[in-house]
Design a binder for this molecule. Structure first.
Ligand code: ADP
Ligand code: MG
Length: 295
């Protein structure tokens, strides 16, 4: 009867929009007591919009938009897509130049050459790692954008900070309900993100999470999961990005958003086909019910 019950459980999962890698996954699903949620693209829509452009003295805003937009056009990051789309719109639909070269620096931003300039777009650390100072004026613009709950990225070229872009993303409609549903099943929700502390705290408050890990580099997301496991917790993690893949694989149970990247899906035990966070609670309920019928 055991294999039959597991097959029924797996089939029922498919109906709910949950793809289960193998029947043994139901056991780890049942045991989970902690659920780590990636922020961008998991709790929030991941669809960001360029809201503010701050330009350093003596810099033309159109140059900031054109060079940053051109570089970000080559990246799939949600911030990059917002910057490229926002730049095109603010430049009245002008075609952005094609970068001569482009490098994605995971968790920090992008670097490349546009119109002969070495351009960087990303976190302040991307600049400091390259030995480029952040003038007081740019630091103030950055702090102001973050205080408004935005993710702020700095634009630099030819070794000088030239602008600060503020982008924002909205919490998904069902996220607060999904978190409440997980709590009702006895799980402790935790928010994990590479984004800044102010944005992370604002999102956590909005959805009802009180444990937050912010400004975590992609490779350090794994360490957060391991630390929680070392406390004796059974950790489930939900994520969507390439930057979540290692942590999803390390977690006792990895859940990928079906709307996310292939890397996240491949690293996970379960896929939430429609990218609906509320289905996480359905998966846990299903595993508990399926295994209860076996025992
Ligand atoms: P998350 O964990 O929220 O999905 P990431 O680890 O992908 O975030 O990125 C962390 C931070 O690195 C972003 O909030 C942003 O400041 C910076 N960053 C990453 N990629 C880019 C990019 N393409 N352009 C600008 N900034 C970026
Ligand atoms: Mg993400």
């Amino acid at each position: 009867a055991t294999p039959t019950a597991l097959m029924v459980g797996t089939g029922r999962g498919a109906q709910l929009g949950i793809l289960i890698k193998g029947p043994e996954v139901l056991e780890t699903t049942r045991r989970a007591d902690t659920i780590v949620l990636d922020k961008t693209g998991t709790v929030t829509t991941g669809k960001m919009t360029l809201l503010t452009v701050h330009t350093a003295d003596g810099t033309d805003e159109n140059d900031v938009l054109r060079l940053a937009g051109a570089l970000e056009h080559s990246s799939e990051h949600p911030i990059a897509q917002a910057v490229a789309a926002g730049a095109t719109e603010r430049l009245d639909g002008a075609t952005l130049p094609t970068p001569e070269d482009f490098t994605n620096v995971p968790g920090l931003g992008v670097r490349g050459t546009v119109e002969g300039h070495t351009v960087l777009v990303g976190r302040p650390r991307l600049l400091s790692d390259a030995g480029i100072p952040l003038p007081q004026e740019s630091a103030a613009a950055l702090a102001e954008a973050e205080a408004q709950g935005r993710t702020a990225v700095v634009v630099a070229w030819d070794r000088e900070a030239r602008g600060v872009l503020g982008v924002a993303d909205a919490v998904k409609d069902g996220s607060a309900d999904a978190v409440a549903g997980l709590r009702a099943l006895g799980l402790t929700p935790i928010l994990l993100t590479g984004d800044n502390r102010a944005v992370a705290d604002a999102v956590a408050r909005e959805v009802g999470i009180d444990e937050v890990y912010a400004e975590v580099m992609p490779e350090d997301k794994v360490d957060v999961v391991k630390r929680l496991q070392a406390e004796g917790r059974s950790v489930a993690m939900v994520g969507d990005g390439v930057n979540d893949a290692a942590a999803l694989a390390t977690a006792d149970l990895g859940l990928a958003m079906g709307t996310g990247t292939d890397a996240a899906i491949e690293a996970s035990d379960l896929t939430l086909v429609r990218g609906d966070l509320k289905v996480t609670a359905d998966a846990i309920r299903l595993s508990r019910r399926t295994l209860a019928t076996i025992r």
